[in-house]
Design a protein. Structure first.
Length: 319
């Protein structure tokens, strides 16, 4: 309840809007407030000043105003630690549900000052800390765990810093138009349905024992039995075995052919079918109650089929 009220108040006060392109942190975008340590120092300075006045301590005045100047300079430096940074959001590659989405954020520091102890935090509580060297571009990977299929929106981010003394906290709100497509989590193993040509003839069972056709790079979601462990042991990287099939053969992956009870279970099975068919080098099509993908092959076909599965029933199939 308190968290929701705080979020609504912040939204009303700062009126964050979705931003496109590059964002430059000007003074109107940076907010500064004392931390607990800052308030504690202010209280100590007030007590010291009262003692100096009461006992007329000349050196006490010097120490009090020296510490006060340190606090003021700390506020200036914390502002400069964020000021004029340029930030833009990069592309986030699609992932399977349960994996971690990686949003790329590009920071450009055109000044001669390095920026230290910067932190990013989103509304889910995910955080990352980093530095941005002077006169350099720095790419930050902001990781967000996925919990459901569909579009994962990056949402509002808070860029903050307490450098150098932690007496103040400076922050700025960022809200980029960035999102990551989350595919359904495929089943560990699910035999392909019977293949068929467009006219319904020529069915055969796909057993996975076709002729070996070579290796390709591993893609998240590939079945573990198809990994070429011998190649991995020879330090050739993680690769997957590919098998050849008869030329011209097509396979339809139909939502109606799944034996599962719930839609999410059906989509998980179909995601495994898509990965298996692509690993076999087959031409395959996809049929869903609300869409259809014509038979084809290759990674583009795989990505389009997985996209249709990810957005099934969500009404968000536009790019």
């Amino acid at each position: 309840m308190l968290t929701a009220l705080k979020h609504n108040f912040r939204t009303w006060l700062f009126r964050p809007k979705i931003e496109h392109g590059t964002v430059t942190l000007t003074q109107r975008r940076i907010f500064i407030l004392p931390t607990r340590q800052g308030f504690a120092l202010a209280l100590v300075l007030v007590l010291m000043l009262l003692g100096d006045i009461n006992y007329n301590l000349s050196l006490g005045y010097v120490l009090t105003f020296l510490l006060a100047m340190v606090g003021v300079m700390s506020a200036l430096h914390i502002f400069r630690n964020l000021a004029h940074l340029e930030i833009r959001a990069g592309r986030a590659d699609a992932v399977f549900n349960g994996e971690t989405a990686q949003f790329l954020l590009h920071f450009h520091n055109g000044s001669n000052l390095s920026r230290y102890q910067l932190g990013l935090r989103d509304e889910r509580g995910n955080t990352i800390s980093f530095d941005v060297p002077a006169r350099q571009d720095t790419v930050i990977t902001f990781k967000v765990p996925t919990t459901q299929r569909g579009w994962l929106v990056l949402g509002s981010l808070t860029l903050q810093t307490g450098f150098p003394l932690g007496l103040f906290r400076a922050w700025s709100y960022l809200h980029f138009d960035a999102r990551c497509l989350v595919y359904p989590k495929p089943l560990p193993d699910a035999p392909l349905p019977s293949g068929n040509t467009p006219d319904g003839a020529g069915k055969r069972n796909i057993s996975g024992d076709e002729d070996f056709a070579g290796l390709r790079n591993y893609v998240a979601g590939d079945a573990l039995p198809r990994i070429a462990w011998k190649a991995f042991a020879r330090e050739q990287g993680l690769q997957v075995k590919q098998f050849s099939v008869q030329a011209g053969e097509e396979l339809w992956l139909d939502f109606a052919d799944t034996p599962d009870r719930t839609d999410e279970e059906k989509l998980a099975r179909m995601a495994r079918w898509v990965l298996s068919a692509e690993a076999l080098g087959m031409r395959y099509g996809l049929r869903l109650p609300d869409s259809e993908v014509l038979p084809d092959g290759g990674t583009a076909q795989r990505d389009e089929c997985l996209r249709q599965l990810a957005l099934f029933g969500l009404g968000e199939k536009n790019p």
